[in-house]
Design a protein around this ligand. Structure first.
Ligand code: ADE
Length: 238
């Protein structure tokens, strides 16, 4: 998978992709991420990419021309499956959306700043608008990093244990069960006996029950929205 990210603050995206799983995915050749500085596509001397809003009001608006030049130049190199705009008024990002997007080969992500982009950018170029939650960030960069991380870790081979993305919270509409490691007892706190038993079927049953209970307690909305989780959960209710 290749992800191009257009931003006016490239420095904000240096950290997340230089480390850990994302770096390993790049090193293994499973994913590549390129950060593009929108200012490189400005024709003004000051490398300006924004302007005052027509109609007045506080805050600057990102202009269509540099964005159009940038996107059109990138489109000469590759065909994008989606051109995504990160914005608080987009569709809420969740695991099913991450799963679907992770199947793509080429994604382009535009990070908004200031008061956002000229609406005509959205009409002309954008195929998907994503919000990572109901709060406003100072720009789309951190949101783009969240989306890129969630997608790249789903690519087969990126995680060491390939099954581990499948057992994440949300993958089956349930929260993940509690996990433990050594020591088996800490200051009187014992790891549930079944996890030490080596009995795989019993362990799976315990994990499923614990998942359902955790979801009922913390996120009952997931059970309401998820028919599989719901019917399974009914049979495990105490
Ligand atoms: N840009 C600013 N806030 C955002 C959010 N919540 N999600 C995505 N992009 C954003």
């Amino acid at each position: 998978m290749h992800i191009d990210i257009i931003t006016v603050v490239p420095g904000l995206l240096e950290g997340p992709f230089a480390h850990s799983i994302l770096k390993r995915a790049e090193d293994k050749g499973l994913a590549s991420i390129r950060v593009i500085n929108l200012r490189d596509y400005s024709t003004s001397k000051q490398k300006q990419v924004d302007d005052y809003a027509f109609g007045g009001g506080a805050g600057m608006v990102m202009s269509i021309e540099p964005i159009a030049r940038c996107i059109e130049a990138l489109q000469k190199e590759r065909t994008y499956d989606e051109i995504i705009y990160m914005t608080p008024d987009g569709a809420r990002f969740d695991q099913p959306m991450a799963n679907a997007l992770s199947l793509n080969q080429n994604l382009l992500i535009l990070c908004g700043h200031y008061k956002g982009v000229d609406e005509r950018v959205r009409e002309r170029f954008i195929t998907k608008e994503i919000s990572i939650g109901d709060y406003v960030l100072s720009g789309g960069e951190l949101a783009a990093a969240v989306v890129a991380d969630a997608l790249i870790r789903l690519i087969p081979g990126v995680l060491n244990d390939e099954t581990s993305a499948l057992t994440d919270s949300f993958q089956d509409g349930l929260l993940a069960p509690p996990v433990y490691t050594r020591p088996a007892e800490y200051d009187g706190m014992k790891v549930p006996e079944v996890l030490l038993s080596g009995h795989e079927a019993k362990i799976n049953e315990w994990r499923f029950e614990a998942s359902v209970r955790r979801t009922q307690e913390r996120r009952p909305d997931l059970l309401r929205d998820n028919q599989i989780g719901k019917s399974d959960a009914e049979s495990y209710k105490k």
